[in-house]
Write a protein that binds this ligand. Structure first.
Ligand code: PXL
Length: 274
């Protein structure tokens, strides 16, 4: 047993998939956790490898449910007490969602940040629909903070989003469904000079606007934003403070993105430091 001192970093856990090129997923989470001064931990749910021979489609391999349960058993036992903040990223299958929901129920959490990664290219449409439904039924109710992108906000709210007013309405609906603080991301999908995200926690409605860095989406921006929120919540920020600072962190990561032969450039989490 190590000596616990007050200078121990806050612990941030991500339950997420590997994205091999390092732009998104667990890699983005761990790098973000480290940059923001937390002790990062991963329980891996799946491995995604883009296929350059097939238009960079997703090759998707789930981790066996027992192996996911084993990872979470090790993590939750090792850090019982200080571990109270978790990010839930790509699940990929209904079985994974079942396993993760059961592990989450084994302890109390101060913060459960759900990045509701919905249909992933390369999956069977039927399987993806099951996964979306399981996510909404089993994980959304456990979330204290949810970070849907434009598409996910449309699916979760059942609305079409073409304006900031639409995004606010979607955030209201998703909050009413989940009880969670909502950071709904317009990103580059809403017209205009700014990348607009909307924060709503049931009381405060804040429109967060930053000049767009470009008009193209960058790989890992969503994962890194949710991971930054997670790290900042673990360090004791309020949900709104976490949202504001996370957006600034990701803006720098986008400005300092890494070129790649894949269709999307990758955010660089060290950008805020550079
Ligand atoms: O950006 C969503 C995402 C999350 N997690 C993993 C991914 C992706 C998208 O490719 O591969 C593992």
């Amino acid at each position: 047993m190590g000596d616990m001192t007050t200078s121990s970093p806050a612990i941030a856990l991500s339950i997420a998939g590997s994205e091999a090129t390092g732009g998104a997923g667990a890699q983005a989470d761990l790098k973000t956790f480290e940059e923001l001064g937390t002790f990062g931990i991963i329980a891996l749910t799946c491995i995604v490898s883009f296929d350059p021979k097939n238009n960079w489609g997703h090759r998707f391999v789930p981790v066996a449910p027992q192996v996911i349960a084993d990872q979470l058993e090790a993590i939750q036992t090792a850090y019982a007490g200080p571990l109270d903040t978790v990010k839930v990223g790509m699940m990929g299958t209904p079985d994974t969602i079942e396993t993760v929901a059961a592990a989450l129920s084994n302890q109390e959490w101060a913060n459960v940040v759900l990045d509701p990664v919905l249909i992933c290219k390369g999956q069977e449409p039927g399987a993806a629909l099951d996964t979306d439904q399981a996510l909404q039924a089993k994980l959304l109710p456990k979330a204290t903070f949810v970070t849907p992108n434009h598409f996910e906000a449309e699916v979760l709210s059942g609305t079409t989003i073409n304006s900031v007013e639409d995004l606010k309405e979607a955030a209201r609906i998703i909050h009413a469904k989940s009880g969670a603080a909502v950071l709904a991301k317009g990103g580059v999908r809403l017209e205009g000079p700014d990348a607009i995200d909307v924060f709503f926690d049931g009381e405060t409605m804040e429109v967060l606007a930053t000049p767009k860095v470009g008009e193209v989406a960058v790989s890992g921006a969503g994962c890194s934003l949710a991971a930054a929120v997670t790290a900042l919540l673990a360090k004791g920020h309020t949900p709104l403070q976490a949202a504001v600072e996370a957006k600034a962190f990701v803006t720098e990561a986008i400005k300092n993105r890494v070129a790649s032969a894949a269709p999307f450039e990758a955010v660089y989490q060290g950008g805020a430091r550079a």
